[in-house]
Write a protein that binds this ligand. Structure first.
Ligand SMILES: [Cu+2]
Length: 299
């Protein structure tokens, strides 16, 4: 009688233990789409020479964390089932304290995780941020409230931007083709120098999985090789004020000949030279020669 009750208890326990295993199995069997394998990141892993590395760091981190999650959920469910209150039980159960193996376990494992995440992040970041030198194409980006100016330094051409809401269609929809557009030649070493005309912005090309802050009075750099032609969306990723959400832009990665044709278009439109820091509106920084924002308005 007693042993059969114990057996029933055991089979019930096995059923409980099966639940998470079945759940995980179902998830695996359901198959993974490319988007899931990419860790639900936008774009794909070959937009620049750095994207695959960023994707792998992200996905591997999630796999490790899911492992920790499964272990934690498993232990939780096990404790809830095994140590649940049985019929006729009263009062507190025997309390567990000063369990050295458990305390060492939950100190060491998070420590290893944190050191691991830090080390791999630092390694990848150092590689992404390193200046490889000898850029094929040097571009200067100015962030401004509420758009972007692009200077093609080698070609001495420029392309000024206007905030997105100033370029809406009559029905209020956004005309992507009228957004400020940065052209980049494919498979070329790109160096982008980033400056701000006023406050801190952040230049974010979404599918490149890469963004960098633009700090007033400072020049930051991005180095990468765009490896896939296409049109990519960009936005400001640093809340910079009222029309921050209007700071949309596009990046077109094109062949060298298309890039050259675009440069010729800018020259034909008379957009030669550089929209430099004289157009900065921030006049508070020491050494800046920017114009006063309301200059000429008579105020
Ligand atoms: Cu901004």
């Amino acid at each position: 009688m007693r042993s059969s009750r114990r057996q029933i208890g055991r089979s019930r326990l096995a059923r409980w233990a099966l639940l998470p295993i079945l759940g995980a199995g179902a998830l695996v069997l359901a198959g993974c789409t490319q988007q899931q394998l990419n860790g639900f990141l936008p774009g794909d892993r070959n937009t620049t020479n750095h994207t695959a590395m960023v994707t792998d760091l992200w996905v591997t981190s999630w796999i490790v964390l899911l492992g920790v999650g499964l272990l934690t959920w498993g232990l939780l469910i096990w404790a809830i089932v095994v140590y649940r209150r049985r019929k006729g039980q009263t009062g507190l159960p025997v309390q567990l304290r000063y369990n050295l193996p458990i305390e060492i376990f939950y100190t060491i494992v998070p420590l290893i995780l944190v050191i691991g995440f830090f080390a791999f992040t630092a390694r990848d970041q150092a590689q992404i941020e390193a200046n490889p030198g000898h850029p094929d194409q040097k571009i200067e980006v100015f962030g401004k409230r509420w758009s972007w100016d692009f200077n093609y330094l080698d070609e001495k051409t420029y392309s000024p931007g206007v905030q997105a809401t100033a370029r809406l269609n009559k029905d209020g929809s956004l005309d992507m083709s009228k957004l400020p557009t940065l052209y980049l030649p494919v498979n070329k070493r790109i160096q982008i120098d980033e400056e701000s005309r006023d406050v801190a912005h952040s230049f974010w090309i979404i599918d490149f999985l890469y963004k960098k802050d633009l700090i007033p009075g400072q020049t930051n750099h991005m180095y990468f090789i765009p490896t896939k032609t296409g049109t990519y969306q960009g936005k400001c990723a640093e809340l910079c004020g009222e029309y921050h959400a209007d700071m949309l832009f596009q990046v077109k990665v094109v062949s060298q000949s298309e890039f050259d044709a675009q440069m010729q278009k800018l020259r034909d439109a008379g957009q030669t030279g550089r929209l430099g820091s004289d157009y900065n509106t921030d006049t508070n920084l020491p050494g800046t020669s920017g114009r006063v924002q309301n200059e000429g308005s008579g105020s």
